[in-house]
Structure formats: C-alpha cells, structure tokens
Design a protein around this ligand. Structure first.
Ligand SMILES: Nc1ncnc2c1ncn2[C@@H]1O[C@H](COP(=O)(O)OP(=O)(O)OP(=O)(O)O)[C@@H](O)[C@H]1O
Length: 232
C-alpha cells in the first residue's frame, strides 16, 4: 500500500496537501486542472520533490530515500529517451545507469522490448522510432525494473486516439502482470475510464483521496465538474 501521510509541499507560494492511501495493485488516474499540482504529486512520490509529512510503501518510510532507492519507476511526458543511445541502450539504463550490461541484463532488455512489441528494433535510435514506438521504449524501461509502484506523467499526451488506446491497453496488461500500483496523470477523462479503478482529483491545493472511477464520474465533485465542463 502506498501512503501519503500529511504530505505537504510548498513551492514558492504554491502549496499542495495530500493525506490518503492507495491499495497495492490499484490503477489510479490523477486528474485535475492545469497547474493544480499533478506532476508535483508524482515527483513527491518519486523523490524528486522535497516534502514535509511522509511517503510510505507498506511499512517503509520512503521520505528520506533518494529516487533511485525507492520502489518506484516513473515515465515522463517526453519519455526521457537519450537521442544518442539505441532503443536497447535506453531500456538498459533502467537496469544499469553505466550501461555495463551483463549477458543476462541484455537478455532482460531484449525480453522487455519484445514484451512491448519492439522485438528486433533494439538497435534503432529514437529519431528512427515513431511516437508510439518511443513510448513503448519508455514502457519497456519501466517494466524491466520491476518496481512495485509505476508513475506515469501524461506519457501518451502526444499520441493520437487510436495509438493512445493501444498504449493504455498495454500499460494495463503490464501493470497487472507485475501487480504494480499505478498512478497516471492524464488530461483525458476517457483515459481514466479506460484504465483506472480509482481517480485522485488534484484541485484547490489538495490531492484528494481516491474515489472509484465510476462513482466520481457519476457524481463529480464541483472541481471535477468545472474541469469536465470544458468538454461540454
Ligand atoms: N520550481 C517551482 N517553483 C515554483 N512553482 C512551481 C515550480 N514548479 C511548479 N510550480 C508551480 O506548481 C504548480 C503545480 O505544477 P504542476 O506541474 O505540478 O501542475 P500540473 O497539475 O501537473 O499541471 P499540468 O496539467 O499543466 O501539467 C503550478 O502552479 C506551477 O506553476
């Protein structure tokens, strides 16, 4: 279980509070207006953002741990691929930042690439990959790290609807296989409906406790109604 215990973030006047838990293995969509603090929340869990209060994974207090020592993997909006490295090397970074990969490591990289549908494309550099393929490389890197918490910060924002649906399906399958607890920031309510058991609404300085997806859309709180209102 991931627990945010009286979490408080202060960013030069912008503040965000959170005090809730997410059960292990749940897929959670993080929704809310632009600038509300969705990325900041994920950064706090990953350890890139100093906080007061605590971030816990089961009984372990993660708050003092640097990002690399947390049971967490994160995919950012731009997929964080290094342009001068091949797809396989970009995935391999998830295992060893110095890329000194053993034979076993390389086999794991190949397996992860195959798992996301990129078998045989390991030698390509990002410039020679489509947007969807680049997103798959980022997913492969996240998957092979086998971390119990997966954080996705609008990973498919740049993809068209069909590709986006395909990627969401893949995320759902991969997260289930690993039993990962998933938090995914999105601007699309449809993404939440497609993939998430629960929704965390970030608005008015607070990341609210998760609410079952069907429930929150059937009876949206004011902040979500305002946000959905733009859709008509
Ligand atoms: N380093 C910083 N110093 C001060 N304020 C910051 C800093 N980084 C972000 N902010 C502010 O924190 C708030 C939350 O930003 P954040 O990126 O988390 O929002 P978001 O909900 O992810 O937005 P979006 O949907 O537009 O990506 C914003 O008002 C932003 O201007």
């Amino acid at each position: 279980m991931l627990t945010l215990e009286t979490l408080h973030i202060d960013l030069d006047g912008f503040t965000l509070d959170a005090d809730f838990s997410v059960e292990t293995g749940r897929r959670v969509a993080v929704l809310g207006p632009s600038g509300a603090g969705k990325s900041t929340l994920l950064a706090a869990i990953a350890g890139f953002q100093p906080v007061s209060g605590r971030v816990l994974w089961d009984e372990t207090d993660l708050t003092p741990l640097p990002p690399a020592q947390r049971p967490v993997t994160m995919i950012f909006q731009d997929n964080n691929l290094f342009p001068h490295l091949t797809a396989a090397q970009n995935v391999g970074l998830g295992l060893r930042p110095d890329l000194r990969l053993s034979r076993d490591d390389k086999a794991r990289v190949d397996e992860a690439l195959t798992r996301v549908g990129l078998g045989g494309l390991g030698t390509r550099k990002p410039a020679a990959l489509s947007g969807g393929q680049a997103a798959r490389v980022a997913l492969a890197r996240a998957v092979l790290r086998h971390k119990p918490v997966m954080l996705l910060d609008e990973p498919f924002g740049a993809l068209g609807p069909a590709l986006r649906d395909e990627m969401l399906g893949l995320v759902r399958t991969l997260a289930d296989e690993v039993g990962a607890t998933l938090l995914m920031v999105s601007h699309e309510p449809e993404d939440a409906k497609a993939i998430a058991h629960e929704v965390v609404l970030v608005a008015d300085g607070r990341a609210h406790a998760p609410v079952p997806t069907a429930e929150i859309f059937a009876n949206p709180p004011a902040a979500l109604r305002d946000y959905l209102g733009r859709e008509g």
